[in-house]
Design a protein around this ligand. Structure first.
Ligand code: ADP
Length: 538
């Protein structure tokens, strides 16, 4: 904006431009800045709100190059939003942290953070300093978490299925939630180290294949390789397989291009061909001598080689990807062979069965490798099916959430009740505590308690219930009955008892939500200025 600019000359006669009144154009500073950041964050939270809970709405996201994602997953929605505001981007980070730490509750954490900021804005308008609000929120958060800890209940292993089912209830897979919940629990329980209460997610591989129905998704207690036998005439199944896993090219050494190869006559060419054939035959003999009856190759081999493999009764898979190779090696206790000379009997892996499976009417095939669970680490693969790419992707996300819920419960059995029940009990505890707080912090406590209400309110709203009335009833019921398991009956089952409905959230996940949302609001409350590198400070 050069409307205030005037031309002038310096003492040497060089022209220069003076822009007057620069000093009046200040950037938003202090309280005003905090307020505008809160508004930016809230606009994001408002979008996320409608996705919360089993009746939450899905969102369609279109990427700049036209790809479409349909999802209800908070972290995914946010990471696809094209956000201008730096502060809104902090919310994206927030839901990512929740996703990394817990894997579920990514929408809830944003709703809570948005509500905390909304309450903070009211306090700021009433003259309370942002930093005092932030400190008050911290203290209130501790009270809320203590309450959660107090009301958390130990969960029975047999109830894992119910917990997984709850987490799937709000997702595209809800129609097949029985199947997916069972897959998630079986997968985790199969690979879990129950003594150390730990689950290594690397042992679970999710493979997707579009086509077919979501109901055809399945758990395979082994490794699923998205390849078919290298030759259609090879046996469809090999039992008691001794596998050689080669990451070196499985072919005769080819003359390198930088060497000159002079072939003077057709005979010499034939000789070369014969030599290649002989070397390949030798490789096959070496493999057989080592005891292998199955070969997995990271690289390809040509049709002639393939034919030789068939003739020599050595079934093979080619072009198997790196991660699958590693998983195969882990599951079958094989050593990967990077140089053909290294091949020996001790490098071979063992599988009880290797089987090519095909899908319904399509010609698509995959190979399952089942290893002896007593010998290697147990690995599982989950095959996710669905009619199109979008659905499959969303089903994978939902499955990931369910896996996380089950894993969290294996790590820590404590659960709190969902449907806003936990938030209501925490809100009651915080507001009770507010009365005994002497100073101005008392207001921050009340505000925190109100922010917690946002979760049951949003759940009720998204289910088409009268939100305020629902919340008021639940609060009085919880207070009178001293039961922390009464929540919003989103699915109209006729009962508010979340224990009965098995609507539970892992205690860890809820605690992470509270901590992360409080931290974020604290951070935003303490930001007075955003300085962008490389942009003029006008
Ligand atoms: P997030 O991404 O935060 O996990 P969801 O859309 O999965 O969001 O919603 C989770 C919320 O929905 C939790 O507060 C949970 O307690 C609640 N919820 C899930 N299923 C039910 C149900 N059947 N009845 C009531 N509340 C439910």
């Amino acid at each position: 904006d050069l409307s205030n600019a005037v031309m002038a000359q310096d003492e040497n006669g060089r022209p220069l431009i003076i822009v007057r009144d620069q000093g009046q154009k200040t950037k938003l500073q202090g309280i005003e800045a905090v307020k505008s950041h809160i508004l930016a964050a809230q606009s994001v939270a408002d979008i996320m709100k409608t996705s919360l809970g089993p009746r939450g709405m899905d969102k369609i996201m279109v990427s700049p190059d036209g790809d479409i994602t349909v999802t209800n997953d908070g972290a995914t929605i946010l990471s696809n939003m094209d956000l201008e505001s730096q502060v809104a981007k902090l919310l994206v980070e927030l839901s990512k942290s929740q996703d990394d730490e817990v894997g579920d509750g990514t929408t809830g954490v944003i709703v809570l953070a948005g509500a905390l900021l909304e309450q903070a804005l009211e306090l700021i308008d009433r003259g309370m300093h942002p930093v005092r609000i932030a400190n008050g929120f911290d203290a209130a958060c501790s009270v809320a978490i203590s309450k959660l800890e107090e009301t958390a209940e130990e969960f029975d292993e047999t109830d894992l299925l119910n917990a997984a089912r709850t987490s799937l209830g709000s997702k595209v897979v809800s129609e097949h939630k029985e199947l997916f919940a069972k897959i998630a629990v079986d997968a985790i329980m199969y690979v879990a180290d129950l003594e150390r209460r730990d689950v290594d997610f690397d042992l679970i591989k999710i493979v997707s294949k579009t086509g077919g129905s979501m109901g055809d998704s399945a758990l395979i207690h082994g490794v699923l390789v998205d390849k078919e036998m290298s030759h259609p005439q090879m046996p469809r199944e090999v039992t008691d397989a001794k596998i050689a896993i080669l990451t070196c090219p499985f072919e005769p050494p080819k003359p390198k291009t930088k060497h000159r190869l002079d072939l003077a006559s057709p005979e010499e060419f034939k000789q070369l061909q014969q030599y290649e054939k002989d070397t390949f035959k030798k490789m096959i003999t070496d493999l057989k001598d080592a005891g292998a009856n199955f070969v997995v190759c990271q690289w390809g081999f040509d049709d002639e080689a393939n034919h030789l493999l068939l003739q020599n009764n050595l079934p093979a898979l080619r072009w198997v990807g790196g991660p699958e190779i590693e998983l195969l090696a882990m599951a079958t206790n094989a050593r990967i062979v990077p140089r053909f000379e290294d091949l020996s009997a001790s490098k071979l892996g063992h599988a009880t069965s290797i089987k090519e499976i095909s899908f319904g009417t399509t010609s698509e095939k995959m190979v399952t490798v089942l290893a002896d669970p007593e010998k290697g680490p147990k690995t599982v693969s989950i095959l996710v099916r669905g009619s199109n790419e979008m659905i499959v992707e969303e089903a994978k996300r939902a499955l990931h959430d369910a896996l996380c819920v089950v894993r969290n419960l294996v790590r820590d059995r404590r659960v709190v009740y969902g449907g806003g029940a936990a938030e209501i009990s925490a809100a009651l505890a915080v507001s009770e505590k507010a009365d005994s707080e002497a100073g101005i912090e008392q207001y921050a406590f009340r505000a925190f308690s109100k922010a917690l209400d946002a979760v049951p309110l949003t759940l009720a709203e998204n289910s088409g219930l009268n939100a305020i009335e629902t919340l008021a009833n639940l609060k009085s019921q919880q207070t009178l009955s001293k039961k922390a398991n009464l929540g919003v009956d989103c699915l109209f089952t006729g009962s508010n008892d979340m224990r009965e409905q098995f609507v539970v959230d892992p205690f860890n996940g809820k605690r992470a939500q509270l901590l992360l949302a409080t931290q974020l609001s604290r951070m935003i409350l303490k930001i007075s200025t955003v300085i962008e590198a490389g942009k003029p400070q006008n």
